[in-house]
Write a protein that binds this ligand. Structure first.
Ligand code: WT7
Length: 667
């Protein structure tokens, strides 16, 4: 349980150690269509207590309240962290697309489900719930006809267009497992993910459009599929109409296929624990993990956090700037808003195109009520200048932040300049593996401190653990690594085809706990402060990258003998990738090679993983057992050469001087 939570004083209070506490602004309540679902912090505390001490009662009630089940459940939860066999709503059956579409289409077919805001501000369209049901049904027919069956995986490599949502829901309608691959991934990464998941059908577009530029998605798919002999069908949505290569008998046009099928197909009920989707994420080793989420628990996590964290009410227009290729897009572009029957904005472009007002113009134009974005975008937009934030955006009630710590000055800018002090800022901490927000304020309820993700969501029982002793540290004003003490419905169930890896990464690190991989502090009032990853994962613009994966890409280059990648603080992207490379004997270290190495990473993973700097060094700092000491490299880049710590364990301590010299020469 949270050790203690603050009482609710009436206004902003400044504390002795310089941290302000903000309360949900009065103006937010004045513009509210009714009132937040929870009336005050005391009610949160009561419900939170119930969720921790009587989880079966709490989650059983919420699951029946927020989701429609075609068969009811008797067992709310079974299994444990120890055995890695957690199951929720065990006997229950339901269908995700029914919950996201049919129930709202039946009630109100003309309600807008999707506002598509295209890359070009003059384009775009609305999709009503009635239309969504027809589109999802037709696409589900097409997939069925292509041989997709319940339990099969379908690879989705699509930009941010309504068809991405339609494809996702079409999979879930027939009980297939969607595996969305972010459309910024390279053909090699796509190939690996299609192969790992065993997908036989891939859905893509002819091209994508982003920030005024064209992206050759179909070409990337073609390249990837050269090494995926098991893929039998590619469904291609025509986005731009450009000439593209075509493989007869394998490639099919979306618009031609859907015309063949009726506009309704009945949803296939699945077991609560049947998989809903796979989503690949980076871990501390080179191979990406296919994080698997099951149906009932995941959907409940989305609906619950949509309702309580984002204060979603009927008639709201919800805009999450995340991409469907990442978990933020899954949970908060698709599932949370659609489960709750409101309108979701699907934005194809970038916050800087055609100018830095784009987000604010979208919010103004569509009278957006909740906005959710990563701090990296806010840093960019703050730097661009306040003159771009002319829009009034007077419908905004909740402003969400996600993916990385938000610095106090960015938080304040978000609150004051974007929100005009009329919206509640919620900094939400969670992960691909947690499925939905786990440490987060409740919109309109929880007092917040800039930079703190605040208090645990229902059912989440955080523990701060001493990484050295492995013991839980009780009480407040403590620092350590963050773990959770009891299972929650939307937690990932396994890593696809690698359950041992799942156990070893999350559940076997501290027995009886789920380990997040993040460092965190709990302050004197029980508020949580996320400090960042304690493993070899770097966070660039809210994207999670594995240093080992980038190193593996660099080593593929014929000139490279060894590579070490570290994350360094970056003003714009939070962290930036910096690579150290030792070249093979006889290879020249020059600018051309540096460029080639950057290209190598772009090709192997994707442009977003490209190192910002490549340092060619004579050798790596290594222990006598051959382990690269990345800590030393990090210190050198931070200019803390005088704080390298103990380097006597290095096999060759003189190497440090030579590395420092190479770094200085390159800078
Ligand atoms: C990692 C998870 C979950 C959505 C996007 C990222 C970091 C996430 C916060 C936050 C500080 C945060 C953590 C976490 N992170 N949210 N509000 N404050 N750090 O998902 O790619 O699975 O990455 O992002 O380090 O472990 P992801």
């Amino acid at each position: 349980m949270a050790e203690a939570v603050v009482d609710q004083p009436a206004k902003v209070v400044s504390e002795a150690h310089g941290v302000d506490t903000f309360h949900p602004p009065q103006k937010m309540f004045e513009k509210h269509p009714s009132k937040p679902h929870i009336s005050n912090l005391e009610e949160y505390q009561q419900l939170y207590k119930e969720s921790i001490t009587k989880p079966h009662q709490f989650w059983g009630r919420k699951a029946r309240e927020l989701l429609s089940w075609s068969r009811d459940f008797q067992t709310v939860h079974s299994g444990s962290f120890e055995h890695g066999d957690n199951a929720w709503f065990v006997e229950g059956q339901l269908n995700a697309s029914y919950n996201c579409v049919d129930r709202h289409a039946h009630a109100d077919p003309n309600r807008v489900a999707i506002i598509y805001e295209a890359d070009d501000p003059a384009d775009g369209r609305n999709v009503t719930y009635g239309e969504l049901l027809r589109e999802v049904s037709r696409t589900a027919w097409v997939l069925k006809q292509m041989g997709v069956r319940k339990g099969d995986t379908v690879a989705i490599y699509l930009p941010m267009i309504p068809e991405a949502i339609i494809a996702i829901l079409a999979c879930s309608r027939i009980g297939a497992i969607h595996s969305v691959i972010f459309a910024g991934f390279s053909s090699d990464s796509l190939r690996d993910r299609v192969t790992d998941a065993g997908s036989k059908v891939v859905i893509t577009t002819d091209e994508g459009k982003r920030g005024g530029k064209l992206i050759g998605t179909k070409k990337i798919v073609d390249d990837a599929l050269k090494q995926c002999p098991d893929v039998s069908h590619v469904l291609v949505y025509k986005r731009t109409g450009s000439e593209i290569p075509w493989t007869e008998g394998r490639d099919y046009w979306w618009h031609e296929e859907i015309e063949k099928w009726p506009a309704y197909i009945s949803p296939e009920p699945v077991n609560s624990e049947d998989p809903l989707f796979l989503l690949y994420t980076s871990g501390s080793t080179g191979k990406p993990k296919g994080v698997l989420h099951s149906t009932g628990g995941y959907l409940l996590g989305c609906a619950m956090t949509g309702k309580y964290v984002f204060d979603i009410h009927p008639g709201d227009r919800y805009f999450c700037g995340g991409d469907v290729g990442w978990i933020t897009g899954h949970s908060y572009v698709v599932y949370a808003p659609l489960l709750l029957g409101v309108t979701t904005v699907v934005f194809e472009g970038t916050p800087a195109y055609p100018n830095f007002s784009r987000y604010w113009d979208i919010i103004e134009k569509h009278q957006v009520t909740q906005f959710y974005v990563a701090p990296t975008a806010l840093r960019l937009l703050k730097r661009a200048g306040d003159e771009h934030v002319k829009a009034q955006m007077k419908h905004l009630r909740v402003l969400g932040s996600v993916g990385e710590p938000i610095a106090a000055e960015i938080w304040k800018w978000y609150f004051e300049v974007v929100g005009h002090e009329e919206a509640h800022v919620v900094d939400t901490y969670w992960q691909t593996e947690t499925g939905s927000n786990v440490i987060c304020p409740l919109g309109g309820v929880t007092p917040t401190k800039p930079g703190s993700a605040s208090l645990p969501f229902f059912g989440i029982e955080p523990a701060i653990i001493d990484p050295v002793s492995g013991e839980e540290i009780h009480g407040n004003d403590v620092e350590g690594v963050l773990a959770f003490k009891q299972p929650w419905p939307s937690m990932a169930r396994t890593v696809y085809g690698a359950h041992k890896r799942y156990m070893d990464t999350y559940l076997n690190v501290y027995k009886g706990y789920y380990f997040t991989g993040d460092g965190a502090g709990r302050d004197h009032e029980g508020f949580y402060w996320i400090r960042g990853r304690v493993d070899d994962v770097v966070n660039v613009s809210g994207h999670r990258l594995s240093t080992a994966e980038i190193e593996a890409a660099l080593i593929e280059h014929h000139s490279v003998a060894e590579a070490a990648v570290v994350g360094v603080a970056d003003e714009l992207t939070g962290q930036a990738v910096n690579a150290f490379v030792a070249v093979k004997a006889g290879q020249d270290a020059n600018d051309a090679l540096r460029k080639e190495l950057i290209m190598q990473v772009r090709r192997s993973i994707g442009p977003f993983a490209a190192p910002k700097a490549v340092y060619i060094v004579p050798d790596m700092p290594k222990t006598r057992s051959g382990k690269i000491m990345r800590r030393v490299l990090r210190k050198i880049l931070a200019g803390e050469e005088d704080q390298l710590g103990d380097i006597t364990t290095l096999s060759d301590p003189t190497i440090v001087e030579r590395i420092i010299a190479s770094v200085h020469a390159a800078k």
